[in-house]
Design a protein around this ligand. Structure first.
Ligand SMILES: C[S@@+](CC[C@H](N)C(=O)[O-])C[C@H]1O[C@@H](n2cnc3c(N)ncnc32)[C@H](O)[C@@H]1O
Length: 500
Protein backbone atom coordinates (compact mmCIF):
# COMPACT_ATOMS: atom_id res chain seq x y z
CA UNK A 1 0.00 0.00 0.00
CA UNK A 2 2.83 2.40 0.86
CA UNK A 3 4.17 1.89 -2.60
CA UNK A 4 0.90 2.41 -4.41
CA UNK A 5 -0.85 5.08 -2.48
CA UNK A 6 -0.70 7.41 -5.47
CA UNK A 7 -1.29 4.85 -8.18
CA UNK A 8 -5.05 4.78 -8.11
CA UNK A 9 -5.84 8.33 -7.07
CA UNK A 10 -7.28 10.78 -9.52
CA UNK A 11 -4.33 12.99 -10.33
CA UNK A 12 -2.98 14.85 -13.31
CA UNK A 13 -1.71 11.61 -14.88
CA UNK A 14 -5.12 9.99 -14.62
CA UNK A 15 -6.75 13.09 -16.06
CA UNK A 16 -4.25 12.95 -18.94
CA UNK A 17 -4.99 9.27 -19.56
CA UNK A 18 -8.72 9.94 -19.44
CA UNK A 19 -8.46 12.74 -21.97
CA UNK A 20 -6.35 10.58 -24.23
CA UNK A 21 -8.90 7.79 -24.03
CA UNK A 22 -11.86 9.96 -24.93
CA UNK A 23 -10.20 12.10 -27.59
CA UNK A 24 -7.46 10.03 -29.25
CA UNK A 25 -8.18 8.98 -32.81
CA UNK A 26 -6.37 5.69 -32.08
CA UNK A 27 -8.90 4.74 -29.44
CA UNK A 28 -11.84 2.65 -30.72
CA UNK A 29 -14.93 4.92 -30.53
CA UNK A 30 -16.95 2.47 -28.45
CA UNK A 31 -14.14 2.45 -25.86
CA UNK A 32 -14.00 6.26 -25.73
CA UNK A 33 -17.75 6.57 -25.28
CA UNK A 34 -17.85 3.82 -22.64
CA UNK A 35 -15.12 5.51 -20.59
CA UNK A 36 -16.84 8.88 -20.86
CA UNK A 37 -20.18 7.31 -19.85
CA UNK A 38 -18.56 5.59 -16.87
CA UNK A 39 -17.03 8.84 -15.65
CA UNK A 40 -20.39 10.51 -16.02
CA UNK A 41 -21.95 7.81 -13.83
CA UNK A 42 -19.15 7.00 -11.37
CA UNK A 43 -17.70 10.49 -11.01
CA UNK A 44 -14.13 11.61 -10.56
CA UNK A 45 -12.91 9.43 -7.74
CA UNK A 46 -10.53 6.56 -6.91
CA UNK A 47 -12.83 3.95 -8.52
CA UNK A 48 -12.83 5.86 -11.80
CA UNK A 49 -9.08 6.41 -11.51
CA UNK A 50 -8.67 2.64 -11.20
CA UNK A 51 -10.91 2.03 -14.22
CA UNK A 52 -9.06 4.57 -16.36
CA UNK A 53 -5.69 3.08 -15.39
CA UNK A 54 -6.93 -0.45 -16.12
CA UNK A 55 -8.67 0.51 -19.35
CA UNK A 56 -5.59 2.00 -21.04
CA UNK A 57 -3.71 -1.17 -20.17
CA UNK A 58 -6.50 -3.42 -21.43
CA UNK A 59 -6.52 -1.54 -24.74
CA UNK A 60 -2.79 -2.19 -25.09
CA UNK A 61 -3.16 -5.84 -24.06
CA UNK A 62 -5.82 -6.27 -26.71
CA UNK A 63 -3.54 -4.60 -29.26
CA UNK A 64 -0.59 -6.93 -28.64
CA UNK A 65 -2.67 -10.10 -28.46
CA UNK A 66 -2.39 -12.52 -31.38
CA UNK A 67 -5.59 -13.45 -33.28
CA UNK A 68 -5.31 -16.87 -31.58
CA UNK A 69 -4.84 -15.33 -28.13
CA UNK A 70 -7.06 -14.98 -25.07
CA UNK A 71 -7.28 -12.71 -22.07
CA UNK A 72 -8.14 -13.90 -18.57
CA UNK A 73 -8.86 -11.21 -16.02
CA UNK A 74 -9.44 -11.58 -12.33
CA UNK A 75 -10.68 -8.68 -10.25
CA UNK A 76 -12.69 -8.54 -7.05
CA UNK A 77 -16.43 -7.77 -7.22
CA UNK A 78 -16.04 -4.12 -6.20
CA UNK A 79 -14.95 -3.20 -9.70
CA UNK A 80 -15.26 -6.35 -11.81
CA UNK A 81 -18.66 -5.45 -13.27
CA UNK A 82 -17.32 -2.14 -14.58
CA UNK A 83 -14.32 -3.90 -16.03
CA UNK A 84 -16.57 -6.35 -17.83
CA UNK A 85 -18.33 -3.47 -19.53
CA UNK A 86 -14.95 -2.04 -20.51
CA UNK A 87 -13.84 -5.44 -21.81
CA UNK A 88 -17.01 -5.75 -23.90
CA UNK A 89 -16.16 -2.39 -25.46
CA UNK A 90 -12.53 -3.32 -26.13
CA UNK A 91 -12.87 -6.96 -27.19
CA UNK A 92 -16.40 -6.91 -28.59
CA UNK A 93 -19.38 -8.76 -27.07
CA UNK A 94 -18.88 -11.61 -29.51
CA UNK A 95 -15.46 -12.31 -28.08
CA UNK A 96 -16.66 -12.82 -24.53
CA UNK A 97 -16.35 -16.50 -23.65
CA UNK A 98 -16.92 -17.19 -19.96
CA UNK A 99 -17.15 -16.00 -16.43
CA UNK A 100 -15.22 -18.66 -14.59
CA UNK A 101 -16.20 -19.18 -10.99
CA UNK A 102 -13.29 -20.37 -8.90
CA UNK A 103 -14.64 -21.66 -5.61
CA UNK A 104 -11.68 -21.02 -3.43
CA UNK A 105 -12.75 -21.82 0.11
CA UNK A 106 -15.50 -22.84 2.45
CA UNK A 107 -17.76 -20.36 4.22
CA UNK A 108 -16.15 -17.96 6.65
CA UNK A 109 -17.20 -15.47 9.27
CA UNK A 110 -19.10 -13.02 7.03
CA UNK A 111 -21.80 -15.71 6.67
CA UNK A 112 -23.71 -14.21 9.60
CA UNK A 113 -24.94 -11.14 7.74
CA UNK A 114 -24.81 -12.23 4.08
CA UNK A 115 -24.16 -15.28 1.92
CA UNK A 116 -20.53 -16.04 2.45
CA UNK A 117 -18.28 -15.04 -0.43
CA UNK A 118 -16.41 -18.14 -1.49
CA UNK A 119 -15.89 -17.49 -5.16
CA UNK A 120 -13.54 -15.53 -7.35
CA UNK A 121 -14.64 -14.58 -10.84
CA UNK A 122 -12.31 -14.74 -13.80
CA UNK A 123 -13.38 -13.22 -17.13
CA UNK A 124 -12.32 -14.99 -20.27
CA UNK A 125 -12.25 -13.07 -23.57
CA UNK A 126 -10.65 -13.96 -26.88
CA UNK A 127 -9.10 -11.76 -29.53
CA UNK A 128 -11.03 -13.40 -32.38
CA UNK A 129 -12.83 -16.49 -33.60
CA UNK A 130 -9.37 -17.97 -34.30
CA UNK A 131 -8.63 -18.23 -30.59
CA UNK A 132 -7.02 -21.44 -29.54
CA UNK A 133 -8.96 -23.52 -27.03
CA UNK A 134 -8.22 -26.99 -25.73
CA UNK A 135 -10.95 -28.44 -23.51
CA UNK A 136 -9.59 -29.48 -20.14
CA UNK A 137 -10.47 -32.61 -18.20
CA UNK A 138 -10.23 -33.60 -14.59
CA UNK A 139 -10.18 -37.06 -13.13
CA UNK A 140 -13.63 -38.50 -12.54
CA UNK A 141 -15.00 -38.15 -9.09
CA UNK A 142 -14.53 -41.50 -7.23
CA UNK A 143 -18.24 -41.52 -6.30
CA UNK A 144 -19.14 -41.16 -9.96
CA UNK A 145 -16.83 -44.02 -10.89
CA UNK A 146 -18.33 -46.25 -8.21
CA UNK A 147 -21.84 -45.46 -9.34
CA UNK A 148 -21.42 -45.85 -13.10
CA UNK A 149 -18.38 -47.99 -13.84
CA UNK A 150 -19.91 -51.06 -12.23
CA UNK A 151 -18.87 -53.70 -14.75
CA UNK A 152 -15.58 -55.47 -15.16
CA UNK A 153 -14.95 -58.59 -17.27
CA UNK A 154 -11.71 -59.22 -15.39
CA UNK A 155 -9.93 -59.35 -18.74
CA UNK A 156 -7.41 -56.66 -17.80
CA UNK A 157 -9.32 -53.90 -19.59
CA UNK A 158 -10.64 -52.57 -16.30
CA UNK A 159 -14.06 -51.27 -15.30
CA UNK A 160 -16.57 -50.07 -17.86
CA UNK A 161 -20.00 -48.53 -17.97
CA UNK A 162 -22.87 -49.35 -20.33
CA UNK A 163 -23.75 -46.83 -23.02
CA UNK A 164 -26.74 -46.65 -25.29
CA UNK A 165 -26.44 -48.14 -28.80
CA UNK A 166 -29.78 -46.77 -30.01
CA UNK A 167 -29.96 -44.16 -32.75
CA UNK A 168 -31.35 -40.84 -31.49
CA UNK A 169 -33.34 -40.34 -34.75
CA UNK A 170 -35.37 -42.89 -36.68
CA UNK A 171 -33.04 -44.56 -39.22
CA UNK A 172 -34.78 -47.31 -41.23
CA UNK A 173 -31.48 -48.64 -42.65
CA UNK A 174 -30.21 -49.29 -39.12
CA UNK A 175 -33.11 -51.50 -38.17
CA UNK A 176 -31.57 -54.96 -38.28
CA UNK A 177 -31.35 -57.87 -35.88
CA UNK A 178 -27.92 -58.50 -34.36
CA UNK A 179 -27.03 -61.99 -33.15
CA UNK A 180 -30.62 -62.64 -32.18
CA UNK A 181 -31.07 -59.34 -30.29
CA UNK A 182 -33.78 -57.07 -31.65
CA UNK A 183 -33.16 -53.49 -32.75
CA UNK A 184 -34.22 -50.40 -30.73
CA UNK A 185 -37.34 -48.57 -31.93
CA UNK A 186 -35.37 -45.95 -33.93
CA UNK A 187 -32.72 -48.41 -35.08
CA UNK A 188 -29.07 -48.83 -34.12
CA UNK A 189 -26.54 -46.06 -33.92
CA UNK A 190 -24.09 -48.11 -36.01
CA UNK A 191 -23.91 -49.69 -39.47
CA UNK A 192 -23.46 -53.46 -39.67
CA UNK A 193 -19.70 -53.29 -40.39
CA UNK A 194 -19.09 -50.99 -37.40
CA UNK A 195 -21.18 -53.36 -35.30
CA UNK A 196 -18.98 -56.20 -36.52
CA UNK A 197 -15.80 -54.35 -35.49
CA UNK A 198 -17.20 -53.49 -32.07
CA UNK A 199 -18.12 -57.14 -31.60
CA UNK A 200 -14.68 -58.39 -32.61
CA UNK A 201 -13.14 -55.94 -30.20
CA UNK A 202 -15.32 -57.28 -27.37
CA UNK A 203 -17.01 -53.92 -26.91
CA UNK A 204 -20.61 -55.13 -27.06
CA UNK A 205 -22.34 -56.13 -23.88
CA UNK A 206 -24.69 -59.10 -24.50
CA UNK A 207 -27.28 -59.42 -21.73
CA UNK A 208 -27.59 -62.96 -20.35
CA UNK A 209 -29.96 -64.79 -18.05
CA UNK A 210 -28.87 -66.18 -14.73
CA UNK A 211 -28.21 -69.54 -16.37
CA UNK A 212 -25.75 -67.88 -18.80
CA UNK A 213 -27.96 -68.14 -21.92
CA UNK A 214 -28.62 -64.97 -24.03
CA UNK A 215 -31.45 -62.76 -22.72
CA UNK A 216 -33.04 -61.50 -25.94
CA UNK A 217 -35.59 -59.44 -24.04
CA UNK A 218 -32.90 -57.01 -22.97
CA UNK A 219 -31.11 -54.35 -25.01
CA UNK A 220 -27.50 -54.60 -26.24
CA UNK A 221 -25.16 -51.94 -24.84
CA UNK A 222 -21.76 -50.53 -25.60
CA UNK A 223 -18.94 -50.99 -23.10
CA UNK A 224 -17.21 -47.70 -22.29
CA UNK A 225 -13.94 -48.40 -20.52
CA UNK A 226 -12.88 -46.02 -17.78
CA UNK A 227 -9.27 -46.22 -18.92
CA UNK A 228 -10.24 -44.71 -22.27
CA UNK A 229 -12.20 -41.79 -20.89
CA UNK A 230 -10.55 -38.39 -20.62
CA UNK A 231 -12.20 -37.67 -17.27
CA UNK A 232 -14.84 -35.08 -16.58
CA UNK A 233 -14.79 -32.05 -18.80
CA UNK A 234 -13.95 -28.84 -16.96
CA UNK A 235 -16.88 -26.42 -16.90
CA UNK A 236 -16.90 -22.77 -15.89
CA UNK A 237 -17.21 -23.73 -12.23
CA UNK A 238 -13.85 -24.67 -10.79
CA UNK A 239 -14.18 -26.19 -7.37
CA UNK A 240 -11.34 -28.67 -7.61
CA UNK A 241 -8.42 -26.24 -7.19
CA UNK A 242 -7.62 -25.66 -3.56
CA UNK A 243 -6.54 -22.20 -2.40
CA UNK A 244 -3.14 -21.91 -0.75
CA UNK A 245 -3.54 -22.54 2.95
CA UNK A 246 -1.01 -21.70 5.64
CA UNK A 247 1.60 -24.36 5.35
CA UNK A 248 1.47 -25.34 1.65
CA UNK A 249 4.95 -25.75 0.24
CA UNK A 250 3.92 -23.62 -2.72
CA UNK A 251 3.27 -20.59 -0.57
CA UNK A 252 5.80 -17.76 -0.85
CA UNK A 253 4.26 -15.30 1.56
CA UNK A 254 2.76 -13.00 -1.08
CA UNK A 255 -0.73 -11.84 -0.04
CA UNK A 256 -2.65 -12.41 -3.29
CA UNK A 257 -0.75 -15.49 -4.43
CA UNK A 258 -2.85 -17.86 -6.54
CA UNK A 259 -2.36 -21.62 -6.77
CA UNK A 260 -0.17 -22.60 -9.69
CA UNK A 261 -2.76 -25.22 -10.75
CA UNK A 262 -5.25 -22.40 -11.47
CA UNK A 263 -2.86 -20.67 -13.84
CA UNK A 264 -1.80 -23.97 -15.38
CA UNK A 265 -5.39 -24.75 -16.30
CA UNK A 266 -5.81 -21.35 -17.96
CA UNK A 267 -2.52 -21.59 -19.83
CA UNK A 268 -3.15 -25.19 -20.94
CA UNK A 269 -6.60 -24.30 -22.27
CA UNK A 270 -5.59 -21.25 -24.27
CA UNK A 271 -2.05 -21.79 -25.50
CA UNK A 272 0.34 -24.35 -26.93
CA UNK A 273 3.90 -25.11 -25.83
CA UNK A 274 6.20 -22.42 -27.16
CA UNK A 275 3.49 -19.71 -27.15
CA UNK A 276 4.04 -16.50 -25.22
CA UNK A 277 2.16 -15.84 -21.96
CA UNK A 278 2.09 -12.27 -20.66
CA UNK A 279 1.11 -11.33 -17.12
CA UNK A 280 1.17 -7.54 -16.85
CA UNK A 281 0.55 -7.54 -13.07
CA UNK A 282 2.58 -10.54 -12.15
CA UNK A 283 2.91 -10.15 -8.35
CA UNK A 284 4.83 -13.13 -7.07
CA UNK A 285 4.94 -14.67 -10.53
CA UNK A 286 2.48 -17.55 -10.41
CA UNK A 287 1.54 -17.17 -14.08
CA UNK A 288 5.21 -16.97 -14.99
CA UNK A 289 6.02 -20.14 -13.01
CA UNK A 290 3.04 -21.97 -14.55
CA UNK A 291 4.10 -20.88 -18.05
CA UNK A 292 7.66 -22.07 -17.42
CA UNK A 293 6.40 -25.40 -16.07
CA UNK A 294 4.27 -25.93 -19.19
CA UNK A 295 7.03 -25.09 -21.66
CA UNK A 296 5.57 -21.75 -22.70
CA UNK A 297 7.61 -18.59 -23.15
CA UNK A 298 6.66 -15.77 -20.81
CA UNK A 299 6.86 -12.10 -19.96
CA UNK A 300 5.95 -10.80 -16.52
CA UNK A 301 5.56 -7.13 -15.66
CA UNK A 302 5.32 -5.63 -12.22
CA UNK A 303 5.75 -2.15 -10.91
CA UNK A 304 7.60 -3.05 -7.71
CA UNK A 305 11.13 -4.26 -7.21
CA UNK A 306 9.75 -6.39 -4.39
CA UNK A 307 7.81 -8.50 -6.90
CA UNK A 308 10.64 -8.62 -9.38
CA UNK A 309 13.04 -9.86 -6.69
CA UNK A 310 10.53 -12.46 -5.52
CA UNK A 311 9.97 -13.77 -9.06
CA UNK A 312 13.69 -13.94 -9.75
CA UNK A 313 14.22 -16.13 -6.68
CA UNK A 314 11.12 -18.17 -7.46
CA UNK A 315 12.21 -19.04 -10.99
CA UNK A 316 15.84 -19.62 -9.97
CA UNK A 317 14.76 -21.93 -7.16
CA UNK A 318 12.02 -23.82 -9.00
CA UNK A 319 13.68 -24.04 -12.42
CA UNK A 320 17.44 -23.76 -11.91
CA UNK A 321 18.06 -24.19 -15.63
CA UNK A 322 15.61 -21.53 -16.82
CA UNK A 323 17.06 -18.62 -18.75
CA UNK A 324 15.45 -15.21 -18.43
CA UNK A 325 16.34 -11.58 -18.47
CA UNK A 326 15.26 -8.86 -16.05
CA UNK A 327 14.75 -5.48 -17.69
CA UNK A 328 14.39 -2.19 -15.88
CA UNK A 329 16.55 -2.90 -12.85
CA UNK A 330 19.36 -0.46 -12.11
CA UNK A 331 22.58 -1.53 -13.84
CA UNK A 332 24.82 1.27 -12.63
CA UNK A 333 25.25 3.58 -9.64
CA UNK A 334 23.67 6.31 -11.72
CA UNK A 335 20.58 4.16 -12.35
CA UNK A 336 20.45 3.33 -8.66
CA UNK A 337 20.62 7.00 -7.75
CA UNK A 338 17.79 7.73 -10.17
CA UNK A 339 15.67 4.99 -8.57
CA UNK A 340 16.44 6.30 -5.06
CA UNK A 341 15.40 9.81 -6.06
CA UNK A 342 12.11 8.54 -7.47
CA UNK A 343 11.12 6.16 -4.74
CA UNK A 344 12.96 5.33 -1.58
CA UNK A 345 10.89 2.19 -1.07
CA UNK A 346 11.64 0.86 -4.52
CA UNK A 347 15.33 1.60 -4.06
CA UNK A 348 15.30 -0.16 -0.73
CA UNK A 349 13.58 -3.28 -2.10
CA UNK A 350 15.96 -3.42 -5.00
CA UNK A 351 19.07 -2.91 -2.80
CA UNK A 352 17.84 -5.63 -0.43
CA UNK A 353 17.40 -7.97 -3.39
CA UNK A 354 21.11 -7.55 -4.23
CA UNK A 355 21.94 -9.41 -1.01
CA UNK A 356 18.80 -11.58 -1.10
CA UNK A 357 17.42 -10.00 2.04
CA UNK A 358 13.72 -10.04 2.85
CA UNK A 359 12.20 -6.60 3.47
CA UNK A 360 11.52 -6.25 7.18
CA UNK A 361 8.33 -4.26 6.70
CA UNK A 362 7.95 -0.82 8.24
CA UNK A 363 10.46 1.82 7.32
CA UNK A 364 13.45 0.98 9.50
CA UNK A 365 12.66 3.95 11.75
CA UNK A 366 13.40 6.47 9.01
CA UNK A 367 10.29 8.51 9.60
CA UNK A 368 11.23 8.86 13.24
CA UNK A 369 8.42 6.56 14.37
CA UNK A 370 9.72 4.29 17.05
CA UNK A 371 8.97 0.62 16.57
CA UNK A 372 10.37 -2.85 16.97
CA UNK A 373 11.97 -2.73 13.55
CA UNK A 374 13.79 0.56 14.08
CA UNK A 375 17.11 0.41 12.26
CA UNK A 376 16.18 -2.75 10.33
CA UNK A 377 15.23 -2.58 6.65
CA UNK A 378 15.86 -6.17 5.72
CA UNK A 379 16.62 -9.58 7.14
CA UNK A 380 18.68 -12.51 5.93
CA UNK A 381 18.23 -15.77 7.81
CA UNK A 382 20.74 -18.56 7.99
CA UNK A 383 21.18 -21.70 9.98
CA UNK A 384 24.02 -22.04 12.45
CA UNK A 385 24.70 -24.25 15.42
CA UNK A 386 24.11 -27.91 16.01
CA UNK A 387 20.33 -27.80 16.37
CA UNK A 388 19.74 -25.96 13.11
CA UNK A 389 18.88 -22.77 14.95
CA UNK A 390 18.02 -19.91 12.60
CA UNK A 391 20.25 -16.85 12.96
CA UNK A 392 19.58 -13.42 11.59
CA UNK A 393 21.54 -10.87 9.65
CA UNK A 394 19.98 -7.44 9.81
CA UNK A 395 20.35 -5.14 6.85
CA UNK A 396 20.13 -1.39 6.74
CA UNK A 397 19.86 0.53 3.48
CA UNK A 398 20.93 4.15 3.03
CA UNK A 399 20.30 6.11 -0.10
CA UNK A 400 21.23 9.49 1.42
CA UNK A 401 24.11 10.87 3.42
CA UNK A 402 26.14 8.53 5.62
CA UNK A 403 27.89 8.95 8.96
CA UNK A 404 29.64 6.90 11.61
CA UNK A 405 26.66 7.50 13.91
CA UNK A 406 24.74 5.10 11.63
CA UNK A 407 27.30 2.37 12.25
CA UNK A 408 27.14 2.95 16.02
CA UNK A 409 23.34 2.66 15.77
CA UNK A 410 23.67 -0.55 13.80
CA UNK A 411 25.94 -2.02 16.48
CA UNK A 412 23.34 -0.95 19.07
CA UNK A 413 20.56 -2.66 17.05
CA UNK A 414 22.68 -5.80 16.77
CA UNK A 415 23.04 -5.93 20.53
CA UNK A 416 19.38 -5.20 21.15
CA UNK A 417 18.08 -7.80 18.69
CA UNK A 418 20.84 -10.39 19.30
CA UNK A 419 21.29 -10.69 15.54
CA UNK A 420 24.51 -12.29 14.32
CA UNK A 421 25.69 -9.85 11.70
CA UNK A 422 24.77 -6.32 10.62
CA UNK A 423 25.01 -5.23 7.00
CA UNK A 424 25.01 -1.61 5.91
CA UNK A 425 24.22 -0.96 2.24
CA UNK A 426 24.94 2.50 0.94
CA UNK A 427 24.72 4.45 -2.27
CA UNK A 428 27.35 6.93 -1.04
CA UNK A 429 30.96 6.04 -0.23
CA UNK A 430 31.42 5.34 3.48
CA UNK A 431 33.92 7.51 5.35
CA UNK A 432 37.12 6.22 6.95
CA UNK A 433 35.69 6.66 10.50
CA UNK A 434 32.71 4.50 9.43
CA UNK A 435 34.99 1.70 8.23
CA UNK A 436 36.92 1.99 11.53
CA UNK A 437 33.72 1.86 13.57
CA UNK A 438 32.63 -1.26 11.63
CA UNK A 439 36.01 -2.96 12.10
CA UNK A 440 35.83 -2.32 15.85
CA UNK A 441 32.65 -4.34 16.07
CA UNK A 442 34.78 -7.48 15.72
CA UNK A 443 33.63 -10.84 14.46
CA UNK A 444 30.73 -13.25 14.56
CA UNK A 445 32.02 -16.76 15.15
CA UNK A 446 30.20 -19.63 13.51
CA UNK A 447 30.57 -22.81 15.53
CA UNK A 448 29.19 -24.91 12.72
CA UNK A 449 31.73 -23.72 10.15
CA UNK A 450 34.38 -22.77 12.70
CA UNK A 451 34.96 -19.46 10.99
CA UNK A 452 34.85 -15.79 11.82
CA UNK A 453 32.79 -13.30 9.84
CA UNK A 454 32.95 -9.50 10.26
CA UNK A 455 30.14 -8.55 12.60
CA UNK A 456 29.41 -5.30 10.82
CA UNK A 457 29.85 -5.18 7.06
CA UNK A 458 29.56 -2.15 4.80
CA UNK A 459 28.90 -2.50 1.08
CA UNK A 460 28.39 0.22 -1.46
CA UNK A 461 25.88 -0.29 -4.25
CA UNK A 462 28.82 -0.05 -6.64
CA UNK A 463 30.57 -2.97 -4.92
CA UNK A 464 27.40 -5.07 -4.96
CA UNK A 465 26.85 -4.33 -8.66
CA UNK A 466 30.39 -5.58 -9.27
CA UNK A 467 29.58 -8.85 -7.55
CA UNK A 468 30.46 -8.30 -3.88
CA UNK A 469 28.54 -10.61 -1.52
CA UNK A 470 27.80 -10.59 2.19
CA UNK A 471 30.30 -12.67 4.15
CA UNK A 472 28.19 -15.18 6.01
CA UNK A 473 28.04 -18.90 6.73
CA UNK A 474 27.08 -20.86 3.60
CA UNK A 475 23.41 -21.72 3.41
CA UNK A 476 22.26 -24.80 1.59
CA UNK A 477 18.70 -24.04 2.51
CA UNK A 478 18.12 -20.33 2.24
CA UNK A 479 15.60 -19.57 4.92
CA UNK A 480 15.24 -15.88 4.16
CA UNK A 481 12.45 -16.35 1.67
CA UNK A 482 10.01 -19.18 1.46
CA UNK A 483 11.80 -21.07 -1.25
CA UNK A 484 9.91 -22.18 -4.31
CA UNK A 485 10.04 -25.95 -4.70
CA UNK A 486 12.05 -27.28 -7.57
CA UNK A 487 9.89 -28.12 -10.60
CA UNK A 488 10.39 -29.56 -14.03
CA UNK A 489 9.64 -27.65 -17.19
CA UNK A 490 7.60 -29.69 -19.64
CA UNK A 491 9.57 -28.46 -22.59
CA UNK A 492 13.19 -27.32 -22.51
CA UNK A 493 14.21 -25.17 -19.58
CA UNK A 494 15.51 -22.59 -21.97
CA UNK A 495 13.29 -19.60 -22.71
CA UNK A 496 13.62 -19.52 -26.48
CA UNK A 497 13.86 -16.10 -28.10
CA UNK A 498 10.60 -14.45 -27.23
CA UNK A 499 9.88 -12.95 -30.59
CA UNK A 500 12.42 -14.81 -32.72
C1 LIG B 1 -3.01 -8.68 -7.13
S1 LIG B 1 -1.31 -8.62 -7.49
C2 LIG B 1 -1.07 -9.85 -8.71
C3 LIG B 1 -1.04 -11.20 -8.12
C4 LIG B 1 -0.51 -12.28 -9.03
N1 LIG B 1 -1.46 -12.61 -10.06
C5 LIG B 1 -0.14 -13.48 -8.17
O1 LIG B 1 -0.76 -14.53 -8.20
O2 LIG B 1 0.83 -13.33 -7.44
C6 LIG B 1 -1.20 -7.16 -8.41
C7 LIG B 1 0.21 -6.79 -8.77
O3 LIG B 1 0.16 -5.70 -9.68
C8 LIG B 1 1.28 -4.86 -9.46
N2 LIG B 1 0.98 -3.56 -10.02
C9 LIG B 1 0.25 -2.55 -9.51
N3 LIG B 1 0.21 -1.52 -10.36
C10 LIG B 1 0.90 -1.88 -11.45
C11 LIG B 1 1.19 -1.26 -12.68
N4 LIG B 1 0.77 -0.04 -12.94
N5 LIG B 1 1.92 -1.93 -13.58
C12 LIG B 1 2.37 -3.18 -13.32
N6 LIG B 1 2.12 -3.82 -12.17
C13 LIG B 1 1.41 -3.18 -11.25
C14 LIG B 1 1.47 -4.90 -7.97
O4 LIG B 1 2.83 -4.64 -7.64
C15 LIG B 1 1.05 -6.32 -7.60
O5 LIG B 1 2.17 -7.15 -7.49
Amino acid sequence: MTAFEDTWHWDINTEGLYQEMVTSADMPPQVSSMIAALRNFIGTNPMMAYLVNMSVRLVELHRVLKPSGSLYLHCDPTASHYLKVVLDAIFGFENYRNEIVWKRQSAHSDARYKFSDVADIIFFYVKSGKALFTPQYTEHDPEYIKKFYRYDDMDGRGPYRLADMASPNPRPNMMYEWKGYGYPSKGWRYQRDTMQKLDEDGRIYYPIKTDGSPDYTKRLALKRYLSEQEGSIVTNIWDDIQPLHGATAERLGYPTQKPQALLERIISASSNPGDVVLDPFCGCGTAVAAAQALGRRWIGIDITHLSIALIKYRIEDAFPEAKFEVLGEPQSVQDARYLAENSRHQFEWWALSLVRARPAGGDGGKTGKKGADRGIDGIINFIDGAKGAPKQIIVQVKSGHVSSAHIRDLVGTLERTKAAIGVYLTLEEPTAPMRKEAAEAGFYHSDLWNRDYPRVQIYTIEELLSGAAVQMPPTSANVTFQRAQRQKSEDSTRQPDLFG
